[in-house]
Design a protein around this ligand. Structure first.
Ligand code: HEC
Length: 200
């Protein structure tokens, strides 16, 4: 967009329309100008007004709400997953199964030892052989821990292992010799570490 603008040296091809308002005061060579409103602005401006009217009528007339949509979708999902959930074991099906324990031992040795050590006393991850369970030691809680992961560095293993292997590695984990000493990750152990480091 360009416009012929009259100046003292003749007309100037200005990139933007700048039309001085007749009779308006000019100070230090700067005067008020009257520029035509660009098309894109008007289209957006009136378009939004039209959209607003349509939206208000639609919103108030049809009873449409986000909460309503959410409830409908949540109900559909609930229906779909209720069946799946009903089939999920809530108890470890491999407890005491020798073949499963052997497979679980292998999984433990290839994956879990990196952070929990072979005997389960913990290194990067917490001890899994002490009496303290941050996330609970029910079968369901343990499954959730390993399947979904936990925020402070426990990766989710569901996608790589699947439910069956998770139950197997947990069945093996249970057979590790346990201790009564609060280990890595327990509040007692962390407090002792802090005291030993001389922290107040
Ligand atoms: C990359 C390191 C890492 C690996 C590998 C790992 N873990 Fe963990 N694990 C952690 C960390 C870190 C936590 C603590 C998470 C937290 O406190 O939020 C944890 C927590 C846990 C807990 C919960 C302990 C409690 O007190 O509630 C269990 C059970 C567990 N891991 C089992 C396993 C098993 C079984 C495997 C192998 C499939 C495994 N972990 C592999 C790092 C790891």
């Amino acid at each position: 967009m360009s416009t012929e603008v009259p100046t003292e040296e003749g007309t100037l091809d200005a990139p933007v329309a700048e039309l001085p308002i007749e009779g308006a005061p000019v100070r230090d060579g700067i005067g008020e100008e009257d520029n035509p409103i660009p098309l894109w602005f008007n289209v957006g401006f009136y378009g939004l007004m039209a959209w607003g009217v349509v939206y208000i009528i639609y919103f108030m007339g049809t009873g449409w709400t986000q909460a309503g949509r959410f409830a409908v979708e949540a109900a559909a999902a609930e229906e779909r997953y209720a069946a799946i959930r009903a089939e999920m074991p809530t108890e470890n099906p491999y407890r005491g199964d020798a073949a499963a324990l052997a497979e679980g031992k292998e999984l433990w040795a290839t994956i879990c030892v990196a952070c929990h050590l072979p005997d389960g006393q913990g290194l990067v991850g917490p001890s899994v052989i002490d009496p303290y369970w941050k996330y609970g030691d029910s079968d369901e809680a343990l499954f959730e821990t390993v399947n979904d992961g936990r925020p402070l560095g426990m990766p989710p293993w569901g996608p790589t292992l699947g439910a069956e292997k998770i139950w197997k590695v947990l069945a093996y984990m249970e057979t590790l010799p346990r201790t009564d000493e609060p280990g890595i990750g327990s509040p007692e152990y962390e407090a002792a570490q802090k005291a030993a480091a001389g922290a107040p």
